[in-house]
Design a protein around this ligand. Structure first.
Ligand code: ATP
Ligand code: MG
Length: 584
């Protein structure tokens, strides 16, 4: 492809709102153009990478036995009502607004496709003999993300590969566990082939539902998730899921007498610690929830935060939400901000760290009052306790190794869904004995655009992008330095044609511009290999082959260039898992 016949609007300008490297570089290299907050055009160069990512994903999904289909972005809201997700998704679920009850009012834009795919299952899959089935698509999703940012890492319209499997059983041949394993391995292959240094962590399933899930993540400062891992490499999980060793009882309490303290208008941990001159880890934070319709009190140390997923699990609740101010007033008899466990008549679950506190400060269940000298066990009974908080720096992994916190971006997610959707939508099958059961489901998502941006986050330098050979928009760029010289053009054309004949996609920078300018653009768009053809080189009988990743340059005869470039690309090409992939 000749540069002059293509559209590559490279620019020196970095938009002021582009903070993360992938966003800056994708705009500067002419890969994308912002249309609105969270919506981007993929310009021709950007689209080439997106398509290559799609191809890798499709090949691995097909190899793992998944079947491709295509579902629409327009869904009847009725399906989302059946699964209770109109409420669960909140503002993320984008709706069309029509007049009265017309078709627009009854239509939503799919943020994910459990509902439409379950409708297919209930229509066509009726017998155990048809199972398992794993359906996937590569399709546009719409989400009302509150803060679309970081370029294409988080947008309101994006491409997802989403797969959904249906099973007659969880275990055994054809069961959910088996397909989950196949998908897990397919994902390892996909990310390895895309050249991503990825890690797999245990994850929280969130509003999608289900009981087991793994997240595939790439470590980057641009990420919005926290990855927590043990220093000794024994453990990794995302922050929502991370477990830690129990805190030891540090002792040191003087068993003070309990005492009221007047704290007028001081209701937050920060206000109270400032007023009393004590540290937050001396306080017991008392937070009220509504769990399946009943009040539930969570106690954590003042410097810790409640992990609602952990709390919900420990409480055995299906639904958990922060209590309303009215409920808080009713349960505590005080205004919001003065709750404490002493004398409180409600179900209380204490975090493990609270069980080893001494002489603590907490709310008095009386407006404008706190109490000090509170000792768990003596002043209030702890009937239920466990891990209900987020890990913090200083915590240790379950095996005692210190926990390290790093930012990461999620690129893929696999879930065991169970029967949540099949039950809600009546997707049943008949077993060998003629009995009817809801199908057991799994779901598996990958962000196509996010892979592209994550690859740039993981591969760039000050000069520009360093693409993995597998997903570079072009694998090779031929840089012709003196395009007014006939032999330069002729040699460039020959190398270009020879490479294309070998199936190597090649961009030929045939612009009549200064070498420095062209080299800058070449580094910016980041093709793995550059071939420089110039008058001076040709006089010596050579062209130069430059590897973007390590900066190495070698000179070869023009006739040997295509062969050498192909061999070099073979070395640079990331391999699937099991053949020396890229996993960290
Ligand atoms: P996040 O926690 O980052 O919002 P998610 O848990 O909402 O992600 P899923 O619903 O599991 O994501 O979607 C599957 C995949 O789709 C994610 O792993 C991610 O790669 C991609 N994805 C999700 N939301 C976006 C978005 N707003 N923009 C681009 N890609 C996204
Ligand atoms: Mg999300």
């Amino acid at each position: 492809m000749r540069w002059t016949k293509f559209l590559i609007p490279t620019t020196k300008e970095t938009p002021h709102d582009a903070v993360v490297p992938s966003h800056q570089l994708m705009i500067r290299a002419g890969l994308i153009r912002q249309v609105a907050a969270g919506a981007y055009t993929y310009l021709p160069l950007g689209l080439r990478t997106l398509r290559k990512v799609e191809t890798i994903v499709r090949e691995e999904m097909n190899a793992a036995g998944a079947i491709e289909l295509h579902m629409p972005a327009l869904h009847p809201i009725e399906w989302w009502q059946q699964t209770g997700r109109v409420e669960a998704m909140g503002d993320v679920l984008l709706r069309l607004h029509g007049v009265g009850d017309d078709w627009r009012t009854r239509t939503v834009l799919g943020p994910t496709h459990e509902e439409p795919v379950t409708d297919i299952a209930r229509a066509y899959l009726t017998s155990y003999k048809q199972l398992p089935v794993n359906l996937y698509q590569i399709q546009t999703k719409f989400r009302g993300e509150a803060r679309p940012k970081s370029g294409v890492l988080r947008t309101r319209e994006f491409l997802m590969k989403d797969a959904y499997s249906f099973h007659a059983s969880k275990e055994g041949t054809g069961g959910l566990d088996e397909t989950y394993d196949h998908m897990y391995r397919a994902y390892c292959n996909i990310f390895a082939r895309c050249g991503l240094p990825y890690i797999v962590v245990e994850a929280e399933s969130g509003p999608i539902g289900g009981d087991a899930s793994h997240e595939f993540a790439v470590r980057t400062e641009a990420g919005e998730d926290w990855l927590v891992r043990a220093e000794d490499g024994s453990y990794a999980a995302n922050l929502e899921r991370a477990e830690m060793a129990p805190l030891p009882d540090a002792g040191g309490g003087k068993n003070e007498a309990i005492r009221d303290i007047h704290t007028p208008g001081h209701s937050t941990i920060e206000q109270v610690t400032t007023l009393l001159g004590c540290s937050a880890d001396r306080m017991i934070k008392t937070i009220l929830y509504e769990a399946d319709g009943a009040p539930l009190v969570a106690l954590v140390r003042g410097d810790h935060s409640v992990n609602e997923a952990k709390l919900r699990r420990l409480a055995g609740a299906a639904a958990l939400a922060p209590a309303s101010p009215a409920l808080i007033r009713k349960v505590t008899g005080a205004e919001v901000g003065f709750a404490g466990p002493v004398g409180l008549k409600a179900r209380i679950i204490a975090d493990q760290a609270v069980t080893v506190m001494h002489d603590a400060v907490t709310g008095a269940n009386r407006t404008d009052y706190h109490v000090s000298g509170v000792n768990p066990g003596r002043d209030f009974e702890i009937k239920e306790s466990g891990d209900i908080r987020d890990a913090v720096p200083g915590d240790r992994a379950p095996n005692g190794s210190p926990l390290i916190f790093e930012k990461c971006i999620e690129v893929g997610h696999v879930f065991k869904l169970g029967t949540k959707y099949s039950e809600a939508m009546g997707a049943d099958f008949v077993d060998e004995q003629g009995r009817s059961h809801p199908m057991i489901m799994g779901c598996y998502g990958i962000g196509i655009n996010r892979i592209m941006a994550a690859a740039i986050e993981a591969g760039h330098d000050d000069a520009g992008i360093i693409w993995p050979a597998s997903i570079a928009p072009f694998q090779v760029e031929i840089c012709s330095l003196d395009v007014r010289e006939a032999d330069v053009v002729q040699t460039s054309q020959q190398i270009h044609d020879a490479l294309e004949a070998k199936g190597v996609d090649t961009l030929w920078d045939d612009r009549d511009a200064r070498p420095g300018f062209k080299f800058k653009d070449a580094d910016l768009i980041g093709c793995p290999v550059r071939v420089t053809v110039g008058r001076r080189g040709l006089q010596e009988g050579v062209v130069e082959i430059h590897t973007r990743r390590n900066g190495q340059t070698r000179k070869v005869a023009p006739a040997a260039a295509a062969e050498m470039v192909a061999a070099l690309l073979g070395e640079l090409m990331p391999r699937a898992e099991g053949s020396g992939g890229v996993r960290e």
